[in-house]
Design a binder for this molecule. Structure first.
Ligand SMILES: Cc1ncc(COP(=O)(O)O)c(C=O)c1O
Length: 350
């Protein structure tokens, strides 16, 4: 598939300079067709019966395998969630932490990780988002490092594998801004979250959690999918592998949509996204202070971010401001064109 062929699959890109994948990726026509086909079947034939449940289970198997392949994991290490926040909650509740335990995190994390951290009851140690500060905060009480692979504020990447190896402490990696944007390898990470609606361009309320060693995490939020069998007391035999952590019924249409979205992404996705991000930074740096780091988010500083975001929206350029930071954030994907970037820069420099 050439770049031009791929781009025409996303109708919104014909209308807007859509630089918003850090929040929601653009939807492709095959994704919507898969969603609609499933919904139409439910509308016309109902949501019942062997064929319906078997189709739903087949989507779960297919999606688990596709997401595993994307991050170098085994399908048995993948739980299907509705979000990164779901994944963080599953891990933090499952570890059974107490006030005696410490978790090291950074001062640039999203509430999708911070909320579950706080709710865990552990002592949360917040340090600047750099490797030296993170390693220096590790003590004999540290049970977990919990941080983003790519910071949602600036797009800067943290060396998660190096942190895991040097600290020898289990790590929960928030992959919301990394999976689908840059190559990610879950193999030597303990826990990795995935958001389906961002860089994977999937439907809302889709995601995953990769658990390298499922036997070692307690099932703290069981759903019907968690059990292989159960007793009248609710005592249950967990499913094999990470499927035991599946926390929700996910709409079969959403499962089908994410499977389709993963099939749309071309082999050259990461190279092209990196090129366009670099180009975006270079173009913007001629006019404003750019604070972004290594991945596919480009944040830049200006006097009145909400006003700029509103002005850009009027000219069909979609970016967001990051409240309280003075920053505006543009998300560059493999689908981003030179014209999208020129429209952004024209709006910023006007
Ligand atoms: C770094 C990071 N973590 C977590 C989240 C929350 O993601 P989800 O909506 O999939 O829970 C976001 C969303 O913007 C994010 O950027």
């Amino acid at each position: 598939m050439t770049y031009d062929e791929a781009r025409t699959l996303f109708p919104v890109l014909g209308r807007k300079a859509y630089l918003n994948a850090g929040t929601f990726g653009p939807l492709a026509r095959p994704t919507l067709e898969a969603v609609q086909s499933e919904q139409r079947s439910e509308l016309e034939h109902g949501r019942f019966g062997k064929a319906y449940f078997e189709r739903m289970l087949a989507f779960r198997i297919e999606l688990r395998a596709a997401l595993a392949g994307l991050v170098g994991a085994d399908p048995a290490q993948v739980a299907l969630t509705a979000s990164t926040t779901d994944g963080c909650n599953i891990v933090l509740a499952g570890l059974g932490l107490t006030a005696e335990d410490e978790v090291v995190t950074t001062d640039e994390e999203h509430f999708g990780l911070l909320g579950p951290l706080y709710a865990s009851g552990a002592r949360i140690v917040v340090v600047p988002a750099n490797a030296d500060a993170i390693l220096a905060a590790v003590t004999a009480r540290t049970r977990l490092l919990a941080l983003s692979q790519v910071l949602w504020t600036t797009g800067r990447a943290l060396p998660v594998l190096e942190l895991r190896e040097r600290s020898k402490i289990p790590i929960l990696v928030d992959g919301a801004q990394s999976v689908g944007a840059i190559p990610v390898d879950a193999r030597r990470l303990d826990f990795l979250t995935i958001s389906g609606q961002k860089w994977l361009c999937g439907p809302d309320s889709t995601g995953a959690l990769v658990v390298t060693d499922p036997e070692r995490l307690r099932v703290s939020r069981p759903s019907y999918f968690s059990q292989a069998s159960y007793e009248p007391t609710g005592r249950f035999e967990p499913q094999e592998g990470a499927a035991r952590f599946d926390p929700n019924w996910l709409a079969p249409s959403a499962l089908a949509g994410l499977v389709a979205a993963l099939e749309v992404a071309p082999d050259w996705r990461f190279e092209r996204a990196a090129e366009q991000t670099l180009r975006c930074r270079e173009l913007l740096a001629r006019h404003v202070e750019v604070v972004s780091g290594g991945a596919t988010l480009v944040s830049f500083r200006l006097d009145d971010p909400p006003a700029l975001v509103a002005r850009l929206a009027e000219s069909g350029v979609v970016v967001r401001d990051l409240p309280g930071t003075g920053l505006v954030r543009a998300s560059c994907g493999w689908w981003t064109s030179d014209d999208d970037l020129e429209r952004l820069v024209a709006g910023v420099s006007a």
